[in-house]
Design a protein around this ligand. Structure first.
Ligand code: ZN
Length: 152
């Protein structure tokens, strides 16, 4: 019970005081994703840089409309990926996806997922999983496009 309410607080805090919200320039790629099940929308911008010979996430900014879960998840996601190499950030995103697919039985890696563990309860509600994943999917898409730009 205590855990549930602590998780609730983390989600509400990110919803009320989102991190990295507001589109920033310059950027390498921009995408717009929609979750028609709930009406959530997100516009995501990604900027990459080279760090020690590998691509890394220099900046992520976004604008979002929709439910508290989709907006809080996008905020948490930006904190988790900015500053990491693209490979490390993709690994975190895979871990979050696995948690969302766990049907409430996941044992999240708190060191890796930090505030994103707060969404573990969402995996019990199939209708809300797409809300929690929207920002992550948009980030992955924008990052793939930015990598393509860089290599062409
Ligand atoms: Zn939603």
């Amino acid at each position: 019970m205590e855990f549930e309410s602590m998780y609730q607080d983390i989600i509400l805090d990110h919803y009320r005081h989102p991190h990295n919200k507001g589109l920033r320039d310059p950027y390498d790629a921009e995408v717009h994703h929609v979750n028609p099940l709930c009406g959530d929308e997100v516009t995501m911008r990604v900027t990459l840089k080279a760090a020690g010979g590998v691509p890394a996430v220099a900046d992520v900014s976004y604008d979002a409309l929709g439910c508290s879960i989709s907006q809080a998840s996008a905020s948490v996601m930006t904190d988790l990926v900015i500053g990491k190499s693209v490979d490390e950030a993709m690994a975190v995103s895979q871990e979050f996806l696995a948690l969302m697919q766990s049907k409430g039985a996941g044992e999240p890696d708190e060191d890796l997922l930090e505030d994103a563990v707060a969404f573990s309860g969402v995996s019990k509600y199939p209708a809300r999983i797409k809300c929690a994943l929207l920002g992550w999917m948009a980030w992955k898409d924008a990052t793939a496009r930015a990598l393509e730009e860089a290599s062409s």
